[in-house]
Design a protein around this ligand. Sequence first.
Ligand SMILES: Cc1cc2nc3c(=O)[nH]c(=O)nc-3n(C[C@H](O)[C@H](O)[C@H](O)COP(=O)(O)OP(=O)(O)OC[C@H]3O[C@@H](n4cnc5c(N)ncnc54)[C@H](O)[C@@H]3O)c2cc1C
Ligand SMILES: NC(=O)c1ccc[n+]([C@@H]2O[C@H](COP(=O)([O-])OP(=O)(O)OC[C@H]3O[C@@H](n4cnc5c(N)ncnc54)[C@H](O)[C@@H]3O)[C@@H](O)[C@H]2O)c1
Length: 451
Amino acid sequence: MASHECDVVVVGLGPGGEAVVARLAGAGLKVVAVEAELVGGECPYWGCIPSKMFIRAANTLAEARRVEKLAGGVSVTPDFAMVAKRIRDEATDNWDDTVAAKRVTDAGATLVRGHGRLVADRTVEVDGETYVASKGVVLNTGTTAAVPPIAGLADTPFWTNREAVSAESLPASLIVIGGGAIGLELAQAFSRFDSQVTVLEGAPRILAPEEPESSELLAKVFEAEGIAVHAGITIDRVDHDGTRFTVTCGEKTYEADQLLVAAGRKSRLDDVGLDTVGVEVERFLTVDDSMQVTSYTGSGGLWAIGDIVGRGAFTHVSMYHAERVVKAILGEELGSYDTSFPRVTFTDPEVGGVGLTEKQARDQGIHVRVGSGDIAASSRGWLHSVGNEGLLKLIIDDDRGVIVGATSAGPTGGETLSALAFAVRAEIPVETLKNTIYAYPTFYRAIESAL
Ligand SMILES: Cc1cc2nc3c(=O)[nH]c(=O)nc-3n(C[C@H](O)[C@H](O)[C@H](O)COP(=O)(O)OP(=O)(O)OC[C@H]3O[C@@H](n4cnc5c(N)ncnc54)[C@H](O)[C@@H]3O)c2cc1C
Ligand SMILES: NC(=O)c1ccc[n+]([C@@H]2O[C@H](COP(=O)([O-])OP(=O)(O)OC[C@H]3O[C@@H](n4cnc5c(N)ncnc54)[C@H](O)[C@@H]3O)[C@@H](O)[C@H]2O)c1
């Protein structure tokens, strides 16, 4: 077994891992980058990028259909093959990471393909070769789709996000298990290409981590678009007869040509050798604000970034972690951890959120005042007309006079969120926000009325 010495080993090249490799190699460190599948991880090949490309195409169909309400006649003929081709050719290079791999080696790092596993302090093994890192190891192993233990499900040819974004043809009908971000975004995109879609959600409401008003808004829009949404259900079993899926929920059954499981994610931590360095494996790894694994007591560093640390499963969070771990390794000033936590669900309307929800703020004992606004009733929303559904909700800490959380749902909900994200992050006083000119007639001007 050959042994190689280096400064840092990065195991898993999701968006954060790849960024760590580029930054540290660029700073002159000897970096070994280990990847078992595709360099770049879930986001570029099976997550954000292909799903948003699909959503962009689906939204043009919806927008074209709106012409009839505002500007005349148009005939819309969806062609799923076009978006499938764009995902294959433009987004994923047919799931080939040659370009991304070259980025890693061009940065000066050594790319090692294979499954990395810790075997001792600061030591990673890949296919019989060991890599000993003088400074330590960064874990960025990410997640896979979690498959709930529903009777019969495992024996069926269900889809996860991976099969859904690489599908070559449109299923005539689709059942989606899980009304979270993945389930809702893909449900609406498939529906807009004319698939008959049913969403089955176990929690009392879809998009449960966000405000209840956002869940209601999306449920209403989805029903109006012909997507069936059933929340608060229990799935007893799933069957497949060789052609169609049947999902049984008590007395009710739902049938479709395809089934998408979008029921959450599972951290890839069970085969990373954490036991060999005395770290217990739970659902997430607990890290401090420099991304150091808190229970690690060995010599050198063990850092973890991205989805596996349970601070939000988002690409921008993984990239933020990457920057912090790079600074920690290079001995640079870190600054305080940004807890503002912006996120956007790219349904139409987009649902943006930042900071705390009303319930989270009240649970923390904050003296909360709520400001709200209806996007459809704003000047811009009214003239926008069809497709104008949306809301603003501001969670104000009344004692400190600052916004601690906000929701921005609407046609540009994710972009409008930016103003609120800065307000939360920079703790801009509510009095300053009130004494501010908001351009007319923009969607973001609704913030003034909400205040
Ligand atoms: C359908 C979908 C849509 C999404 N849309 C968005 C969005 O719009 N915006 C957003 O911010 N987020 C989105 N996400 C979430 C986003 O994809 C993840 O948060 C993001 O990829 C960050 O993940 P990560 O850095 O933890 O690692 P991942 O991207 O999960 O990558 C981890 C990498 O580690 C590798 N690996 C694992 N174990 C080992 C090992 N032992 N040895 C070597 N390599 C290993 C894996 O092969 C993988 O390449 C979406 C996710 C999905 C599934
Ligand atoms: N736009 C974005 O930024 C974006 C898009 C997609 C995904 N993501 C990230 O990926 C993460 C994972 O997405 P997700 O949608 O898979 O997970 P999720 O945890 O957000 O939602 C999963 C949903 O499935 C439901 N569920 C679980 N088991 C079920 C069962 N047996 N029957 C019915 N419902 C069941 C849960 O109650 C939950 O509402 C997100 O939380 C987010 O962090 C981000």
